[in-house]
Each structure stands twice: as C-alpha cells, then as structure tokens.
Design a protein around this ligand. Structure first.
Ligand code: TPP
Length: 485
C-alpha cells in the first residue's frame, strides 16, 4: 500500500482564475514546453509549504517573467526591465517581514539589469532571486542574451555567437559567488524529472533561507524555450540537460546557511546615525511629542535658485528632530539654475507608504508658474502660500485658503534675496502649526553656518510669521478666496 497520496489540485498560492481573454482561458500565457510554468509551480508549492503566501511580494520585471503576476495570489509589483532587485530591495527594507521574490529572465538579469543584481547580491539583501535562464530573449523573439551559447544562432547572431564579436556567455552564479555577501546560490536545470526535483528543493531552500533572515539567495534555473529555440518541447528539455548545462555547470555555488551571514542586524535610526536628536523615545513620550506636531503633505515649488529644495529639506529635517516620519522627494530639470524645481515633503506620524504627493494639503508656490501648475492640485480644505503680494487676477482657488506673502520683496528688505524661502517657512509654520518654531530655529542655526546669513534667517522667519498674522486678520475681513491685504 502507498504511504503517500497523490493530490491533483491547483497550487493554493495561484489565483483561481488567471486573467486572460475568455477565448484563451483554457491556456496559460506560456508556450507549450516553456519552463516558466514549471518554475511557477515550484515557487507556489514552496510558498504554501512554508506558510508564507500571505506575506509574499513577487516582483516581475520585463520578459516572459512579467506574466507571473497573472498567476500568483501574492503581492505583485511590476518592475522596469532589469530593475527587479532594486525594487525588491525597497520592498524588503520597507516591509522586513515580507518575503520578497525577484523573478527574472536572463536578458533581464544578466544584460540590462547587471548592475542591479550585482549590487543587491553584494549588499546581501535578504531577498530571493529566481533567475530563469533560457539562453535567449524569449518574449521579443529570440535576440542574443548574455547567456546565449557560443555558436548559438539568434536573430542578432544569425551566424552564431562569436566571442570576438559578442563576448563569452556570462555565468551569473560563478560571478555572484565571487562576492562575499550572498548566502545561497545554486544552479539547477529543468532537464528531466530528477533534476526538476532537485530544482524544487533549491527553490524551497532559497525561500526558507529568507524566512531565516539569511541574506541574499539566488537559484538559477536552466530552462527550455522551445518556441524560440525552434525545438520540440521534449527536445528542448534534453537540450537543456545535454548542452546548456555543459556551459553552465549545475551545483551549489554558495551555501552560507551554516555560517549564518549576519546581514540583517538591527539598524540604528537614521536620525541617530546622523547625530540628530537620536534619543530613544518610549511610546508614551512619542505620543506626547506628537502634540507639538501635525502630519502634513507639502509641496514646495518655484525655480532653481529660490531655495525650493532646501526649504523642503529644512522641513524634513525639522520633522525628523521631532521624531516624525518624514520623506523629501525632489524634482528638478537638468538646468542648474532658473529651471523649475519642486519637492514633495511628507510629515507624518505613521510610516509613509510613498513619497510622491499628488494632492498636497499645503502648497508653497515661490513663483507664478508654480502657482498656476500646482495650485489646482491642492486638496479641498488645503492651503496655498504664494510668494506674491496678490493672486493674479484670473486665478481663484475654491475651497482653499490662500495666503499671499511678498517673500522675495521682504527678503530684499532684510538684505538677501535668498532668505525668501525662510520668510515662507515662517509664514507656513504660523499658518499650519505643523512644527514648533523653536525646532525651526535650531535647524536653521545648525544648517546655515554663515553668522550673517543665520541672523537674516532668524529675522526672515519672524517677519514671515508676522506677515502671515496680519494676512489672517485681513482674510477674516476679505473672505477665504482672495489674498488678504
Ligand atoms: C527598457 C526596455 N528595453 C527593452 C525592452 C524590450 N524587451 C521586452 S522583453 C525583453 C527580453 C527579455 O528577455 P529575458 O529576460 O531573457 O526573458 P524571457 O522573455 O526570455 O523569459 C526585452 C529586451 C523593454 N520592454 N524595456
């Protein structure tokens, strides 16, 4: 009698139904005999066996790998060509408990994405990479890949790959195992049942190591691509074992499980590393500090040279010192000066999901083009602080409080045009109460070393606040849609 049961069922980690047009629903995206489906099944089974499906995020970049998100009932992120290890790094670092998989083809990983994979491996990122090496660019119709064999014909090597023209096939396992950080690297092949079982084990082991915080793991899977190689599926499978595996020897290239590379050591908070108010706060202290601050999404916009990006940095710095979660995302043209520039600043009490702000609560518009461009994006109930005496006649922002502060003019009177951003900072702090004034003073003093400028900044901060106060009074008379004056 058998002591095992054969179960025919869909792997639980797959969706019940994959998204295809109804007339194609009977078949997957993959060609008959393609290795991707086999690798999918191995990963899906391993996720179930390890009980990690619910916390798994799969990154599928460009190539036939991209179809993976139609099948895996996990978190799915699509990455640009070659960038999956970088995206996986961000996902893992921001969600350390997640299990992050980078699922890549050979064109993706070993050509356009060479830098990303090398550096992710070198940093010992605690992610798992499944590298499906079918020796060719499959999705785009058979161009040469870095792993194409010598003499192998492809659409870009019609006479066969020649070393003097096309270089030698790149062996990624060998190359990455020259680095110190990776924990586990193995090459397997989908050539026959025995090797497929070996591949299953390797896939599971790589994922298991990630659950143990062991560091970077990668399994290279030599895989058939019958359509592009123009072979019958069974012939393609044999070719993988008899030809491809000769060039890319199977085996374990790195296994640090026993030594347990300590790449996941707890890190100090950034503020502490930078020597910025890095005191440890208890939850209660943090809670009470929150009373001094308010979460805000802020966009600062103007032209290069107006201190737009610096103003964003000052705000982020202040938030950090107040133990807030902060992000600062700059955006500027290639010009050094006078091009448009803006930045997104999030001051939050919770972890920040994404630094991009599409609908800011507060806009600091340092010039008219920025006001015109970003003013309409401000949230209803939000606030615009405009560097100008009054709004241009044709502009109105319904449901938004607008304060006009002639910051550039005030800055000139103080003695330096460049403190206009600090005038706006003073006004903004007064209008929103999002950060304590004392913190602004300390940050300015720490960041601006020139004593004369420092004095002017202090003055600018105060004048900005005072101007805003008058403006609020005037607003109470004029109504919320215009600038008070
Ligand atoms: C930036 C960029 N360059 C080129 C392409 C075109 N492109 C799509 S798939 C692919 C090759 C993928 O080959 P591989 O990673 O080996 O995956 P396979 O399809 O063989 O599984 C290329 C070059 C693209 N989508 N994006």
């Amino acid at each position: 009698m058998n002591d095992y049961t054969v179960v025919h069922e869909k792997a639980p980690a797959f969706f019940d139904r994959f998204a295809r047009k109804d007339e194609n629903q009977h078949q997957t995206h993959y060609c008959p005999g393609c290795g991707h489906g086999v690798v999918h099944k191995m990963i899906a089974d391993a996720l179930t066996e390890l009980g990690v499906q619910q916390r798994t995020i799969l990154v599928s970049p460009v190539g036939c790998s991209v179809f993976a998100y139609y099948y895996f009932d996990t978190g799915n992120v699509q990455a640009a060509h070659g960038r999956a290890p970088a995206v996986a790094t961000a996902l893992k670092r921001s969600n350390p408990e997640s299990i992050v998989i980078s699922y890549q083809g050979d064109g993706d990983l070993a050509a356009i994405g060479t830098a990303e994979i090398v550096h992710a491996a070198n940093r010992g990122e605690n992610i798992t990479v499944f590298f499906v090496n079918n020796s060719i660019y499959g999705m785009t119709g058979g161009q040469m890949a870095p792993t194409t064999l010598l003499g192998q014909i492809s659409t870009t090597t019609p006479w066969g790959r020649r070393p003097n023209n096309d270089g030698m096939p790149i062996k990624m396992c060998e190359m990455l195992s020259a680095l110190e950080a990776p924990a586990y690297i193995e090459r397997v092949a989908l050539s026959d049942a025995k090797h497929i079982l070996q591949a299953r084990k390797a896939v599971k082991k790589a994922l298991e190591l990630q659950t143990q915080h062991a560091g970077f793991s990668m399994v290279e899977i030599l895989s058939p691509c019958p359509t592009i190689l123009k072979m019958e599926p069974t012939v393609a499978r044999h070719w993988v074992g008899e030809v491809l595996a000769k060039q890319f020897p199977l085996g374990v290239y790195r296994d640090h499980r026993a030594e347990f590379v300590p790449v996941d050591v707890p890190q100090k908070p950034l503020a502490e590393l930078l020597g910025l108010g890095g005191e440890k706060l208890s939850d209660a202290e943090r809670q009470s500090r929150r009373k001094n601050t308010q979460a805000r999404t802020i966009k600062v916009a103007g032209f290069g040279g107006q201190g737009v990006l610096l103003l964003g940095q000052l705000l982020a710095e202040m938030g950090m010192r107040e133990h807030m979660e902060v992000s600062w995302l700059p955006s500027y043209g290639p010009e050094m000066r006078s091009g448009s520039a803006h930045c997104h600043v999030t001051l939050a009490h919770e972890r920040i999901g994404a630094p991009v702000i599409t609908r800011p609560e507060v806009l600091i518009a340092m010039n008219e083009p920025s006001l015109r461009k970003f003013g309409p994006m401000v949230q209803v109930g939000g606030m615009i602080l405009y560097n100008g005496r009054e709004l241009p006649e044709d502009l109105q922002f319904e449901g938004t409080t607008v304060h006009c502060i002639p910051a550039s003019q005030i800055a000139d009177e103080i003695g330096a045009a460049k403190v206009a951003n600090v005038v706006m900072l003073g006004a903004m702090l007064e209008a929103t109460n999002c950060l304590p004034l004392a913190t602004a003073r300390t940050v300015l003093a720490d960041m601006v070393k020139n004593p004369k400028l420092s004095e002017m900044n202090d003055r600018a901060l105060d004048v900005g606040r005072e101007y805003l106060d008058q403006d609020v009074l005037a607003l109470a008379v004029a109504g919320p849609d215009g600038c008070g004056e």
